[in-house]
Ligand binder design. Structure first.
Ligand code: DP6
Length: 321
């Protein structure tokens, strides 16, 4: 069958971070993590398998790319579906230009859904999450909308994401501040590997993150925004501390990241309930309630320019379009 399927999956931002693997091939994480899927940023991907193709063909945002990671991922799909045809893939990132927020999470979640369908598979959500995980760990969480937990599991069968019940009046927004799009980057894959292998603090991270996850889930169930923000911010800082304790040490923060973090802390001291998190790059994401968005956007726009400030809310699960 040469039917084309198109899927859309949204980016997610981790509040309790995934940072280290216990199995690099299967992408099994050292600890469970928890994220928020966002409405504003997503990837749309079309896949078609065709016996006539000599090689997998991949077009990202209009430009042709050779990508071994994607071909390896398609191999997993072909094995599951018991087919041999190569695939044609067209993918487009919907993130405001130069945002530097394009993510492997939305990319592999969309690819898992579109490719499995195009290959004739009808995976349930759990199987889809497991499949997306094989492309990029964080992608297993983008199969679901809203707040999502990735339970680490002990093997391929048991490592997948599931949604976390959030009360209907759980009020959350995320403001992404784009610090820089040109920086020398250590990929998350390489960064977390180095940390697992060399940071003397890594065992403490694993233990402590399990506690942070429990606290965060409790805060969600009690609708306790302050604890929710505090635990998220602290967990992100522990992840960045790991990087600085690796050998050779590295650091994703830029001077402007620190400047933004100070602004958030200052706003907080003035009574605005806001917290930050950062991933494998210098951009700062601010966690806040909807009523405080404007005050925070204004303050960040003053310092960084309003084109650098992007507001998002909870987003939907991956779906076919
Ligand atoms: C800092 O999912 O990109 O965003 O599994 O090697 O592809 P691979 O890594 P990836 O790592 C994401 C790291 C993070 C934290 C998180 O999303 O939990």
């Amino acid at each position: 069958a040469t039917t084309t399927y198109t899927a859309r999956a949204h980016t997610n931002i981790a509040l309790i971070k995934y940072w280290g693997k216990k199995d690099e091939k299967l992408i099994l994480p050292m600890n469970s993590s928890l994220s928020l899927t966002l409405d504003r940023f997503y990837t749309e991907t079309s896949v078609m398998f065709d016996e006539q193709l000599k090689d997998d063909l991949f077009l990202l945002d209009g430009s042709k790319e050779k990508n071994d990671k994607i071909s390896n991922f398609l191999e997993i799909v072909r094995q599951k579906a018991n087919i041999t045809a190569k695939a044609k893939i067209i993918s487009k990132n919907h993130v405001p230009s130069t945002a530097g927020l394009a993510s492997s999470a939305s990319a592999y979640a969309a690819l898992a859904l579109a490719a499995s369908k195009a290959a004739g598979l009808n995976l349930d959500k759990k199987e889809l999450s497991r499949l997306a995980r094989r492309g990029s760990g964080s992608a297993c969480r983008s199969i679901y909308g809203g707040l999502v937990e990735w339970q680490e599991g002990i093997d391929d069968q048991t490592s997948f994401a599931h949604p976390i019940e959030m009360s209907r009046d759980f009020d959350i927004a995320m403001i992404a501040l784009v610090i820089s799009t040109d920086f020398k980057k250590i990929s998350s894959r390489a960064g977390m590997k180095r940390v697992v292998e060399t940071s003397p603090y890594y065992p403490a991270w694993v233990q402590n993150t399990a506690k942070d996850l429990r606290k965060l889930k409790q805060a969600i169930s009690k609708n306790d925004f302050e604890t929710f923000g505090e635990v998220s911010e602290e967990n992100a800082m522990k992840m960045h501390a790991l990087n600085m304790s690796a050998h050779p040490h590295f650091n994703y923060l830029e001077p402007d990241s620190i400047k933004a973090m100070k602004i958030v802390e200052k706003l907080r001291s003035q009574g605005v309930s806001c917290y930050y998190t950062l991933d494998a790059g210098p951009n700062v994401k601010v966690i806040c309630r909807r009523k405080d968005i404007q005050a925070i956007v204004d303050r960040l726009s003053d310092s960084f320019g309003q084109e650098k400030v992007l507001v998002a809310g909870p987003g939907p699960a991956a779906h076919l379009i």
